[in-house]
Design a protein around this ligand. Structure first.
Ligand code: AMP
Length: 211
């Protein structure tokens, strides 16, 4: 009799520890950071990454690496990027799916510069479901347009002419900003005021993510 109870207890323990494992996986920090060009996403992502060790996935950096090594994809997207327009959704979803499948993303990740359209956000949901990666929380780093222009012109990146900068902001407002209400409706939006010092923005993010 006693050994039967012991077996049942052992089985129960095994079930509890397995579900413990899956809830641990469920707790992996999976983030998206939204914000117009010049909002300071890159800087803040570095801080989140330093605090948590999660993988940083920047689609812009991945595309720049492609044309730096002269790949066919790099050549194809070069002019689109120089204009500040968006690369097509299918191309972006392909590179994100491959990147998210890499083992360093199992412990969590932060997507920077992706998704940029509602179709990309829908595509991300499909990728996450296919890879059993749960759902994302979304940081929205908001900064007014006039502050962005000042910041971006100050940065003076060689490929950023005034017209390109304006176009990138416009493209963001038209195609990417709708994601803010998309994620708000899903109840996963974390709103952050990006118009404050780097350290204050970082502190607000850390507080809201409970880092
Ligand atoms: P970023 O470094 O995120 O500002 O990206 C630089 C450029 O790469 C953008 O202006 C787009 O041309 C392209 N790009 C980066 N991420 C995406 C994306 N998710 N969808 C479409 N185009 C992108």
């Amino acid at each position: 009799m006693l050994w039967r109870i012991a077996i049942v207890l052992a089985m129960l323990l095994a079930i509890v520890s397995c579900s413990g494992e899956s809830s641990e996986n469920g707790a992996a920090l999976r983030l998206v950071i939204l914000g117009p060009p010049g909002a300071g996403k890159g800087t803040q992502v570095e801080k989140v990454q330093a605090a948590t060790g999660i993988a940083h996935i920047s689609t812009g950096a991945m595309l720049r690496a492609e044309f730096a090594r002269g790949s066919e994809l790099g050549e194809r997207v070069k002019m689109i990027m120089a204009r500040g327009d968006l690369v097509d959704d299918a191309t972006i979803l392909d590179i994100v799916a491959v990147r998210l499948a890499q083992p360093d993303c199992d412990g969590g990740f932060i997507l920077d510069g992706f998704p940029r359209t509602i179709d990309q956000a829908d595509g991300l949901d499909v990728i996450l479901a296919e890879q059993s990666k749960g759902t994302v929380a979304v940081i929205d780093l908001s900064v007014p347009d006039n502050v962005l222009m000042e910041r971006l012109l100050g940065l003076g990146r060689a490929d950023d002419t005034d017209a390109t900068i304006r176009n990138r902001i416009e493209v963001y407002r038209e195609q990417t900003a709708p994601l803010i209400s998309f994620y708000k409706e899903k109840g996963v939006l974390i709103e952050i005021n990006g118009d404050q010092s780097i350290d204050d923005v970082a502190a607000e993010i850390a507080k809201k993510l409970k880092l």
